[in-house]
Ligand binder design. Structure first.
Ligand code: HEM
Length: 211
């Protein structure tokens, strides 16, 4: 095990590792875009694109939240080097998801989009999740951390809890009409466990500072 850990650690620290992680994150999206251009997304390509990008967003959210527990469990600190890339992948897939909806469902009509946001609660919740996600993405760079100061930056980045809650609620509400909750329970369960881990770690850190 220490040998495997060392190999993984070295691979993750390799100068090319960032490029490989970006490629890995981008490949499902590129495959979908390729499918759209080659007209191989089935009978309802718009629905496929919107749903698949939604799935990719929630999956990417799970992966980014897995970084810290995996680092702690397997003692591979180099995993942290790739957390920002994974976070930006969540934002990129959410943007693709929003763009697919705005373009293919709404024909890029801003008035119709706004009306839909206030008409359908699951769209409102998805949009709110996107706004928080965008704020996290925009402040994920070193310059933003420096400008805000680590304390304020950390407080803002607690908003990841809000993003998770809104994402699961959006998914639940969307599926409620179809009475299909299997995936919602699966992703909701994973995300709840990952958030619980974060909360326990934060609590432990506070207790250790008090004692
Ligand atoms: C945090 C951001 C978001 C996440 C994690 C997310 C996730 C998801 C997921 C997992 C699905 C279900 C896919 C499936 O059925 O397999 C979905 C569907 C959908 N989402 Fe989102 N979403 C987000 C934001 C948005 C935004 C901003 C909009 C539009 C304003 C939106 C509009 C839709 C629509 C229209 C559907 C498909 C509904 C249908 O086919 O009946 N989502 N989303």
């Amino acid at each position: 095990m220490p040998a495997v850990r060392m190999v993984l650690q070295r691979l993750l620290l390799h100068p090319w590792a960032k490029g490989w992680v970006v490629l890995l994150c981008a490949s499902p999206g590129a495959y979908l875009v390729y499918g759209a251009f080659t007209e191989s997304l089935g009978v309802n390509p718009a629905e496929t694109l919107i749903r698949q990008t939604g799935d990719l967003t929630i999956r990417a959210l799970c992966y980014v939240l897995m970084v810290t527990p995996l680092k702690d469990l397997f003692k591979i600190p180099a995993l942290l080097r790739h957390r920002r890339t994974l976070g930006l992948a969540v934002l990129a897939y959410a943007s693709l998801h929003l763009l697919s909806y705005a373009w293919l469902d709404m024909g890029l009509e801003l008035e119709d989009i706004l009306a839909d946001v206030f008409k359908r609660p699951f769209i409102f919740v998805g949009m709110a999740g996107f706004v928080f996600l965008a704020a996290l993405g925009a402040t994920s760079f070193n310059a933003a951390i420096k400008a805000m100061g680590p304390k304020r930056w950390k407080t803002l980045h607690q908003a990841v809890y809000v993003v998770v809650a809104l994402a699961v609620l959006h998914f639940y509400w969307m599926r409620a009409g179809k009475h299909r909750f299997d995936d919602v329970i699966f992703y909701g369960g994973i995300l709840a466990l990952l958030l619980l881990y974060r909360m326990v770690q934060a609590l432990r850190y506070r207790m250790s500072r008090l004692s």
